[in-house]
Design a protein. Structure first.
Length: 464
């Protein structure tokens, strides 16, 4: 008898994992991303019919494709009963089940990350003695648990207490060899210490997950809520989009080409010029006042954190494929006002006769020399998260996490040469564009970031 099939789809730019579970020609998709063609194509290639869509919770960090996937396949959506979703769905409560072929899902109501959160325990009926896997959503990750601050009606401490109970009274009662498949991996904003592995087991997490090693509920609550990083503003908006069901991503109009004069005019009226080229290309030459977020990293989540969801955006990219990819990634987090792009890119801007700006770059060796010769005129800005800074920092640096920088530029001294760094350079490149937009001229980016500083055996201050 053919075993139940589990396929994982991992979207690296959002560190998001979704799943397709199939048995005897029927499939269920769990926590789908917004662009759903990949599930439909997989089902077609494998002679499967998608009949079920399971959402473990109302996602806050991305827009789900459940609504479009249901419309295109006729599948039924399953969601926790406390979600109060406005689209047709089956409301899941604790103890409910779903069966197709040899696959049987038993649902656990696991509040804590969110109130409506559920986990789906999968049993292969061909081997019914023990569960095969559990799809844990954002309740339990590899190496971490979900952040407990996504409810407007409950304090983080109240949610953390609920999460402790969900973990210890439900998930941790499963056999140790039960595989866990979470909705996110390392890099997601929904946790702080996620591991790089895409799956694990209940037993391994019981032994190694810092949150599960807490000796009491009180200690667990402190672990999760003390020094909790601020919740990104767009999270609440994405929850509401998912509660009502987002429109098809194919309904979004393609951005239009604009000449340099039109781009300049729209920028003066409040549109954001978003440059998605590699960091060094942006540093060498870019449109004054443009924001830089390289398409190579966690582009969309940073765009949503820094810009919100409502800004009108004009893209600057390398080619048509990258412009399409940029729009798609932004739509995945709910940014839909991608109105236009600069026709001809930077070359088009130059042909229009307009000036360009640039961001100086300094090496570790150059920074060390500046610290000796220009110490009174020098300031260092560290845009890493507080947890990263605790492992070491450049001495006398100012620390402002990138997600807070736009609101805190007034804390910086514009009379000093400001050297900006993160871990490896991706975030500091974003930071320099924010600072330049805020009017700071005496800035430079540290190439290679803190990693390069440590590798050169330069002095590191311990901050914890």
């Amino acid at each position: 008898m053919e075993p139940v099939r589990i396929e994982q789809f991992f979207l690296g730019c959002l560190a998001h994992a979704s799943y397709l579970v199939a048995s005897q020609g029927i499939a269920a998709v769990i926590d789908p991303q917004r662009d759903v063609d990949l599930y439909i194509e997989f089902a077609k290639q494998n002679d499967l019919k998608i009949e079920h869509i399971i959402e473990t919770h109302l996602h806050a960090d991305f827009v789900s494709g459940h609504h479009e996937l249901a419309e295109r396949t006729g599948a039924r959506i399953y969601l926790g009963e406390d979600a109060h979703a406005t689209f047709p769905h089956s409301a899941i409560k604790d103890g409910d089940s779903l069966q197709f072929g040899n696959a049987r899902f038993s649902f656990l109501h696991t509040p804590g990350h969110t109130i409506e959160g559920v986990c789906a325990v999968l049993t292969d009926i061909a081997s019914p003695a023990a569960p095969r896997a559990v799809f844990t959503g954002d309740t339990l990750f590899v190496g971490d648990v979900g952040r407990p601050d996504l409810s407007g009606d409950h304090t983080p401490q109240e949610l953390a207490a609920l999460l402790y109970q969900s973990l210890h009274e439900k998930l941790l009662t499963l056999p140790d060899d039960t595989e866990i498949f979470p909705a996110h991996g390392a890099g997601s904003l929904c946790g702080r210490q996620m591991g790089s592995e895409r799956s694990s087991t209940i037993g391994k997490q019981r032994r190694t997950n810092y949150a599960l090693l807490a000796r009491s509920e009180e200690e667990f609550i402190h672990l999760l809520t003390d020094s909790l990083p601020p919740r990104p503003e767009y999270f609440g908006r994405d929850v509401e989009l998912n509660r009502h069901g987002a429109s098809s991503i194919n309904d979004l109009p393609a951005p239009k080409p604009l000449s340099a004069p039109d781009v300049l005019r729209l920028q003066s009226e409040g549109a954001i010029i978003l440059d998605t080229r590699p960091a060094m290309e942006f540093a060498v030459a870019h449109i004054p006042g443009s924001l830089h977020i390289a398409l190579s990293g966690q582009y969309a989540s940073w765009a949503a954190r820094i810009l919100g969801l409502d800004k009108h955006i004009i893209l600057v990219g390398e080619d048509a494929d990258q412009l399409r990819e940029s729009q798609l990634r932004l739509a995945r987090v709910g940014i839909e006002h991608v109105d236009a792009y600069l026709d001809g890119g930077i070359t088009g801007w130059l042909k229009g006769g307009y000036e360009l700006d640039y961001i100086p770059q300094v090496s570790v060796q150059e920074l060390a020399e500046l610290e000796e010769k220009e110490k009174d005129h020098l300031a260092i800005l560290d845009v890493r998260e507080s947890g990263e800074v605790e492992t070491g920092a450049i001495e006398n640096s100012t620390r402002i996490p990138l997600g807070q920088l736009a609101e805190r530029t007034a804390e910086l001294d514009p009379s000093k040469l400001l050297i900006v760094h993160c871990k490896g350079g991706y975030r500091s490149a974003i930071a320099t564009s924010i600072l330049r937009r805020a009017g700071l001229r005496e800035i430079a980016n540290l190439t290679g970031g803190f990693d390069a500083w440590k590798a050169a055996h330069e002095p590191v201050a311990q901050t914890s």
